[in-house]
Design a protein around this ligand. Structure first.
Ligand code: ADP
Ligand code: MG
Length: 351
């Protein structure tokens, strides 16, 4: 590892799920490439925003990072150490350093456990993480830390609002004093008015505790507020990444442009040109992704390009042959830390 600031890095990470058919003799008929060759890095004290439509592989990536799923291929480095090289004890210590905040605060908290039991649960797994003052005191402090009343420690999840439940989820994640939080759409299930409060809390905690976040969202506007760097995923692959300013001001991938256009902005002057790009159709099945550039079947740019008449698309719109045959690699844009995987990224940026 060259960069000491990098706390979490993945290289060429992949997760393929076999798809089986049949009742008795289950035959494998294919595989879902949920994550297909992803490389990313997360810096200390920073937030990497991971964005993409539902089904693009974001949660699978998070599951690989916390060890719930085993990768089909690729490497995961935590603070410079390859996770697969570690023994059991080391791996457990490392697990403690990466905690998860889940999307749905209604289903991710056990309704039969009190808030105190939920927040203190991981002390049972990581006994060495219990602070000197004892577990109960630690739990009360954690509740206070996330803006909940410590006297409510014996209440049950149903007695709290959605936003408060997500605070419980955050307190639970913080209990064992991790250095990295994986937040998997932590505000997607909350009212817009509550989303900002939870994001502000996460930002405060990051500043106070020096935490690094992988912040997953399907909505670019949520990520824009909190992320220092952004990675955009489409059908298991990263199609664009870079500093937030680069990605938002000079998006190189037509998919990123489309996602940005779909974001309602309160102030229209914030949108670069006021034009709306409509992302047509649903995300294709990852069981049978389109050949070449995965995005070509929905690309708004390809039909506008010169030379696109040499190939026909079923709906009659012409697409350049290279988009249908060659999978584009991530290539540096104007700024060398900004990458986009589009054969025509330069054209996308100009339009
Ligand atoms: P996202 O979080 O971006 O919505 P996911 O990582 O949940 O995406 O899913 C990516 C793809 O992998 C989807 O097509 C999903 O159906 C598939 N997938 C996820 N988990 C499994 C699994 N356990 N078995 C089979 N397919 C899965
Ligand atoms: Mg998900």
């Amino acid at each position: 590892m060259t960069d000491a600031d990098v706390v979490l890095e993945v290289r060429d990470l992949a997760k393929y799920y076999p798809v089986r058919r049949g009742i008795v003799l289950k035959r494998q008929i294919g595989e879902v490439k949920a994550v297909d060759g992803v490389s990313l890095s997360l810096r200390k004290g920073k937030t990497l925003g991971l964005v993409g439509e539902s089904g693009s592989g974001k949660s699978t990536l998070a599951k690989l990072l916390v060890g719930v799923e085993k990768p089909t291929r690729g490497q995961i480095f935590v603070e410079g150490r390859d996770v697969s090289d570690l023994g059991r004890a080391d791996r457990r210590a490392l697990r403690r350093n990466i905690q998860m905040v889940f999307q749905d605060p209604y289903t991710s908290l056990n309704p039969r456990m009190s808030v105190g039991e939920i927040v203190g649960e991981s002390f049972a797994i990581h006994a060495d993480a219990v602070p000197a003052g004892g577990k109960d005191k630690a739990v009360r402090e954690l509740l206070d830390r996330v803006g909940l009343n410590p006297d409510h420690v014996n209440r049950y999840p149903h007695q709290f609002s959605g936003g408060q439940r997500q605070r419980i989820g955050i307190a639970r994640a913080l209990a064992v004093r991790p250095r990295i939080l994986l937040c998997d759409e932590p505000v997607s299930a909350l009212d817009v008015s509550i989303q900002g409060q939870v994001i502000n809390l996460l930002e405060e905690l990051q500043d106070d505790l020096g935490l690094s976040y992988l912040f997953i969202a399907h909505d670019l506007s949520v990520v824009r507020h909190i992320a220092d760097e952004v990675a955009v995923m489409y059908l298991g692959r990263v199609v664009e990444n870079g500093a937030d300013t680069e990605v938002y001001d000079r998006p190189g991938h037509p998919y990123t442009r489309a996602l940005m256009s779909a974001v309602p902005v309160p102030d229209p002057t914030l949108r670069d040109d006021g034009r709306e790009i409509v992302l047509e159709g649903d995300i294709p099945s990852p069981l049978d992704p389109p050949p070449g550039c995965h995005f070509h079947t929905r690309c708004w740019l390809a039909p506008l390009l010169e030379g696109s008449a040499d190939a026909e698309r079923p709906d009659g719109r012409p697409i350049p042959a290279v988009c249908r045959t060659d999978s584009p690699k991530l290539v540096p844009q104007e700024s060398p830390d900004h990458h986009a995987a589009c054969h025509f990224a330069a054209d996308a940026a100009r339009r």
